[in-house]
Design a protein around this ligand. Structure first.
Ligand SMILES: Cc1cc2nc3c(=O)[nH]c(=O)nc-3n(C[C@H](O)[C@H](O)[C@H](O)COP(=O)(O)OP(=O)(O)OC[C@H]3O[C@@H](n4cnc5c(N)ncnc54)[C@H](O)[C@@H]3O)c2cc1C
Ligand code: SF4
Length: 330
């Protein structure tokens, strides 16, 4: 492991100034992803700026009825918060479906959104990888890609984003707030992750050196009836091979409001807007849920070994929406 400097930031301005002064520095949240990547040589920061003591560890009501989640709130505290559990249950379920209790006690909201892909070639510095080393190639396209993307990928990179939390936040139109030396800014999570294109190494719309300060969830009554379902290769402590965050409002058997986002199928949490459009005003039954899934998955371009994800996602849409519709009818 290379030597690196370590500095603890006391306030947001100081943290941002430290990154501004040293482009080779990185913010340190819980360290559960960054430190692993430093051990393997994928990340080689000259300095870590520890942000865990910044006053960004609260979850607060916003004036318009939403919730603002500080960037250093731990995954455990987020999942356990009574207002998150009551108003956005799919978010609690998504967070609890990730990693382990010990990891969730350390991992932070900002770090979770910025965790890197679990593609094996990305993690192995002896292999080419366009995301790690632009222009070196993407061995996953013809190699191991069972858990890679079926939506929105290009021949330059077919990796998926591993976050569970991000899928639920995407379904509920979360907005990311950040601070830079030039001032503060906001970006909707829908625009936060950049399209893969031919630049898979450019992952987010954050300006260089930006510190994520929080994530705001707008008020969303439909989210109170929501669910996160994660499919993985073993029952716990594993990343998703496909997941869904869904919320449904049904009245008189008709879909009045719906939110759908998919995980582990694209380089970012995937908001299923085509499916949502197909469902609004439609009868809340399995036939229409399946048609909506087909509308979304028509854009899927699976590789030889991951076509199973298309079937998996269609079945997840039908199963989870059917459960939510049955609950609404009770
Ligand atoms: C064994 C294992 C299993 C896991 N399983 C899952 C799973 O099933 N589902 C899932 O979603 N996740 C899973 N994870 C990933 C885990 O959730 C992430 O590692 C964690 O959320 C990252 O948060 P962190 O605070 O530790 O980030 P760090 O490791 O500290 O940072 C990650 C990146 O974010 C940057 N960063 C951190 N905070 C900020 C900020 N506020 N502003 C700007 N940049 C910032 C860092 O510089 C770094 O680049 C797993 C991890 C492990 C090790
Ligand atoms: S899929 Fe992306 S992360 Fe994986 S090897 Fe290809 S370029 Fe690298």
């Amino acid at each position: 492991m290379r030597e690196f400097g370590y500095q603890r930031a006391d306030d947001v301005t100081g943290a941002v100034a430290l990154l501004d002064a040293d482009p080779d520095a990185r913010y340190l949240g819980g360290g559960t992803n960054l430190v692993d990547l430093m051990k393997t040589g994928v990340e080689r920061p000259a300095r870590l700026v520890d942000i865990r003591r910044l006053p960004l560890d609260r979850i607060e009501q916003t004036d318009d009825g939403g919730l603002r989640i500080g960037a250093t709130v731990t995954n455990s505290d987020l999942a356990a918060h009574p207002e998150i559990r009551r108003r956005y249950p799919a978010l609690t379920q998504a967070v609890l479906a990730g990693a382990s209790g010990q990891l969730r006690n350390m991992a932070t909201v900002g770090g979770n959104l910025l965790q890197r892909t679990r593609c094996g070639y990305f993690a192995d510095v002896t292999k080419p990888c366009n995301k790690r080393e632009p222009g070196s190639g993407c061995p996953a396209v013809e190699g191991e890609h069972r858990n890679h993307a079926v939506l929105g990928a290009t021949e330059h990179c077919v990796a998926v984003h591993p976050s569970d939390m991000g899928v639920a936040l995407t379904a509920f139109d979360a907005v990311v707030s950040y601070e830079t030396a030039e001032g503060s800014g906001e970006v909707p999570l829908a625009d936060f992750y950049l399209p893969v294109g031919d630049t898979p190494h450019r992952e987010t719309a954050l300006p260089p050196g930006a510190l994520i300060t929080g994530v705001t969830l707008p008020a969303a009554p439909v989210a109170a009836r929501s669910r996160y379902r994660k499919v993985r290769e073993r029952a716990s402590y594993a990343f998703a091979i496909g997941s869904i965050a869904a919320a449904l409002d049904v009245r008189d058997g008709v879909v009045r409001d719906v939110r759908l986002a998919f995980g582990a199928v694209a380089s970012r949490p995937w908001r299923a807007r085509s499916a949502e459009r197909a469902l609004l005003g439609a009868p809340a039954d399995a036939e229409h849920f399946a048609a909506a899934a087909e509308a979304e998955l028509a854009a899927a371009r699976p590789l030889p070994d991951n076509a199973y994800k298309v079937t998996l996602m269609r079945n997840l849409v039908v199963a989870v929406l059917t459960e939510l519709a049955e609950e609404a009818a009770r």
